[in-house]
Design a protein around this ligand. Structure first.
Ligand SMILES: NC(=O)c1ccc[n+]([C@@H]2O[C@H](COP(=O)([O-])OP(=O)(O)OC[C@H]3O[C@@H](n4cnc5c(N)ncnc54)[C@H](O)[C@@H]3O)[C@@H](O)[C@H]2O)c1
Length: 251
């Protein structure tokens, strides 16, 4: 497939955290390009509203921090859909506690949602895709995972996202023999509900570090994420793409 033919016609894609923010933008574009979006989110009401708004979409409610529930719901989605072609692990939570005060409970909570859940979903979908001729997985990490924490997320967030970048490579190594692709993407500052507390002077400081001197829109993230989720990225495997306005420049 060439980039001008980018399409998700007849494809089903699971997008976690798609009730709002970057995930919603991914789901909207996925549907606009002919795909069927499966929205997985802890916020049941907003997930249902988004699914209704997008049209060719369904919503499943699950707390990704609950490992048993993740296994149950993802196996249910596969049973309901028959075949899943794309998985985008987008859901994430931040923790802003300074390192000296970070509690084990906070650490565990962030690791559960941002790293353990993607491990489980990658494994479930890897086995499904392996049996179905292949598929594409994209994990949404963060520049925080490359520099020991970001503008908001501190040690737990940075460690979880660093782990996700490495997990991506492990899945890619296991997947190549079965036409299963796995890549990751690192956003920097993107205007979503997650980062509304970055205001005024605090926001100016962040924008100063971004070479393009502006935040990204969720749609700008979705553009790059859906490239990685598409057959146009057929020679991109285990890669991490910084979509960060020139913050790290290959760092
Ligand atoms: N916005 C940014 O500046 C930025 C920067 C770097 C990385 N990211 C990453 O991009 C991804 C999307 O971020 P966003 O800004 O759209 O966030 P957001 O907070 O706006 O949306 C996150 C979505 O995930 C869902 N979610 C949260 N916890 C969940 C759980 N336990 N189970 C199921 N669903 C859950 C929320 O309900 C929400 O719909 C995240 O992984 C985030 O770490 C964002």
């Amino acid at each position: 497939m060439n980039i001008e033919n980018l399409s998700f016609e007849n494809k089903t894609g699971i997008i976690t955290g798609a009730a709002r923010g970057i995930g919603k933008a991914i789901a909207a574009q996925f549907v606009n390009m002919g795909g069927r979006a499966v929205i997985v989110d802890v916020n049941e009401e907003q997930a249902k509203e988004t699914a209704q708004e997008l049209g060719n979409a369904v919503a499943y409610a699950v707390d990704l921090g609950d490992t048993d529930a993740v296994k149950t719901v993802f196996n249910q989605i596969i049973a309901d859909m028959g075949k899943v072609d794309v998985l985008i692990n987008n859901a994430g939570i931040v923790n802003t506690t300074e390192f000296g005060e970070l509690t084990l409970e906070e650490w565990d909570k962030v690791l559960a949602v941002d790293l353990t859940a993607p491990f489980l979903t990658c494994q479930i979908l890897f086995n499904h895709m392996k049996d179905n001729g292949g598929g594409r997985i994209v994990n949404i990490a963060s520049v925080a995972g490359k520099v020991g924490g970001g503008f908001l997320g501190t040690a737990a967030y940075g460690a979880a996202k660093a782990g996700l970048i490495s997990l991506t490579k492990s899945v890619a190594k296991a997947g190549s023999a079965y036409n299963v692709y796995c890549n990751s993407l690192c956003p920097s500052y993107t205007k979503t509900p997650m980062v509304t507390i970055l205001q005024g002077e605090r926001e100016a400081k962040v924008l100063d570090q971004i070479n393009l001197h502006r935040p990204a829109s969720p749609d700008e993230m979705a553009n790059s994420i859906l490239f990685l989720a598409s057959d146009a990225a057929s020679f991109v495997q285990g890669e991490n793409l910084n979509c960060d306005g020139g913050l790290l420049m290959n760092g």
